[in-house]
Design a protein around this ligand. Sequence first.
Ligand code: PLP
Length: 423
Amino acid sequence: MTGTTPDTDTLRQAVEPARASYEELKAKGRKLDLTRGKPCVEQLDLSETMLALPGVGEHTSPDAGDLRNYGGAPKGLLALREMFSPLLQIPVEQLVARDNSSLSLMHQCLVTSFFHAPSGAPSWQGQTVKFLAPSPGYDRHFTASLDLGIELVTVPMGELGPDMDVVESLVKDDPSIKGIWCVPKYSNPTGLTYSDEVVQRLAAMPTAAEDFRIYWDNAYAIHHLRSVEDELADILVACAEAGHPDRAFVFASTSKVSLAGAGVAFFGSSPANVEWFLKHDGMRSIGPDKLNHQRHIAFFKDTEGVLAHMAKHRDILEPKFDAVLRHLEKGLGDLGIARWTDPNGGYFVSLDVVPGTAKRVVALAKEAGVALTPRVRPSPAVRTRTTRTSASPPPSPPWTSSRRRWRCSPRPSSSPPPSSCWT
Ligand code: PLP
């Protein structure tokens, strides 16, 4: 976006019309909840016919026999794993299909590690356990960790992924740092996709903890919004090539593909980690809901079917994103007091406002009937470290690089730079 830097008079002149349109909006009594990436009814309707699947008599599969019974297909139904393997960049043999929630699989991996750490490392019991938390990030990663007594170490999030100078300097000496949370594609909440260099550095960096794991939550792997689609480097290949084949745990689900909370969740990793996962998962459950797997196979048929379905989601979502961006542009475009993301996929537009005003923006929006998600940071009780190596330059603010598409209203010279908070 271009434009001349407005002066204070321009801002003053904008105040009254803004107040008037705010009062107008309030008077309309709207009730809009934009706080969560929750599919709308039209999106859910796309999968309505699933409710009748797999259908009476459709209860057998070549690899698991009678799906109504226990047993068979310990990794989940093969046809489903074959369907999602290319979409998730996970070889079929290393892909496990489970029940309805990827978040529960992440939680399960954390909990299991307290008793049986991966790579045969000592269990986490009695140890201080820390995870790196790129911020802003997904609040449920943070709350799940804290709930289990895992300390979070905040790492700044740049435009191309977590600040890797900070990450590398933290993990190399501290064996209590056991992992890092990553939403690598159309990240929640900023919409960015990690660059190839970030993926490569995560895979290659030396870590003091032998059982260090990247919790690679690829929740938005196929959730494109535009004809230009972001590409994410293959983390499992990158880790294997860097000599750390067991470093990444990959998670995904169909929560925002088929039905939210009633889809299929996936775990993918190295053969050794898959063995570790299955061994301990087998203590928790006799097996996944194979009929739900069958339902998804019957509905999507193949990988192309999944992609065609995602194009329908895009048809519903793209105009909504366009509307949000159009209104941001119309209301704030020339004022130099905000900037926002224009992601190629995912569920979020991230808005940066003048430092110190984010809470007020959220409160005013709420009064006008629009619920926004406030800035999410690992809780204040959480240890925050942003140590940098003396040789490394300070991180670029997310809006300075050309790769990421930020729309910025030009800032008046008198106003301070926006914080990296988001609303
Ligand atoms: N991971 C991310 C990044 C999410 O945004 C969400 C839901 O919004 C989830 C995981 C939850 O996924 P699931 O329904 O598979 O537990």
